[in-house]
Design a protein around this ligand. Sequence first.
Ligand SMILES: [Zn+2]
Length: 335
Amino acid sequence: MPLDTLPPSPIAPTVDFDRDGVQHGFLRLPYSRDDSAWGSVMIPVTVVRNGPGPTALLTGANHGDEYEGAVALFDLARTVKAEQVTGRVIIVPAMNYPAFQAGTRTSPIDKGNLNRSFPGRPDGTVTQKIADYFNRTLLPMADVVMDLHSGGKTLDFVPFAAAHILPDKEQEARCFAAVAAFSAPYSMRMLEIDAVGMYDTAAEEQGKLFVTTELGGGGTGRASTIAIAKRGIANVLRHAGILAGTVETAPTRWLDMPSADCFRFAEDAGLIEPCVDLGEPVRKGDLLARIHPIGRTGQAPSDYRAGLDGILAARHFPGLVKAGDCIAVVGTLED
Ligand SMILES: [Zn+2]
């Protein structure tokens, strides 16, 4: 259905996006259910506006078990003052709020993976309604869009900010300039293995400056990665001229994901033995991990080797794996 013939979103904001000052409120999504006949999902939102200027749209917990973005954005929403801003900042610290409340990647209401639900539907599931509201209401307001991810309960990453290779080279250059301003320890030219339905794709197709991150994982935040998130968010806002102050640069190493050879997927279930830690250099053919069968003793493990030279950029997190799990990602160094 063309976008202009879709019914309006059922989501009602309790904030006025055009009013100056700091407002804390909700995106209220009606959700009728057994324990609340006329109930709603209340997604926290902060709007900070100070006169005309560009708009930044900042989101965390697009996946509900990823915490660096959520911590940094709840903190920013509480502390940022209108006089520090030129234009507008819209902060949604926990984008898939039902998933965030449950501590799960996908929504417990409908099992929706928000980052595979775009462009969404105003008459669809709860998750599809959130996607539709971002796609048709919030993204069109924004110039700069930053969506902060981490690995969640099943992956762990070296901390990086990232953008995608785009057909519009002017847009791509704006995105990578903002990734450089973020100043994470690593900066990634990212290849998506499953780009259909992503928020990233929706933002990029609307011509936005889009930056994403992977800042750790394992279903928790760490002091070091939360500090990287806080500094990076402020840096991108300063780079865009929206937040007062100068960009605090820090050294970054540029990584590439040039092909599917970066990824290793388990073909066996069992007990994983990491043979390289995150950030360590690897050569093509090096052993990345072994999977030990757990049904009986005396069985040889299966070996998983690097498909190219680089560093270990991501790994499976819990100690047991299933066939099909992503167990390792090698990023190539651009130096
Ligand atoms: Zn994520």
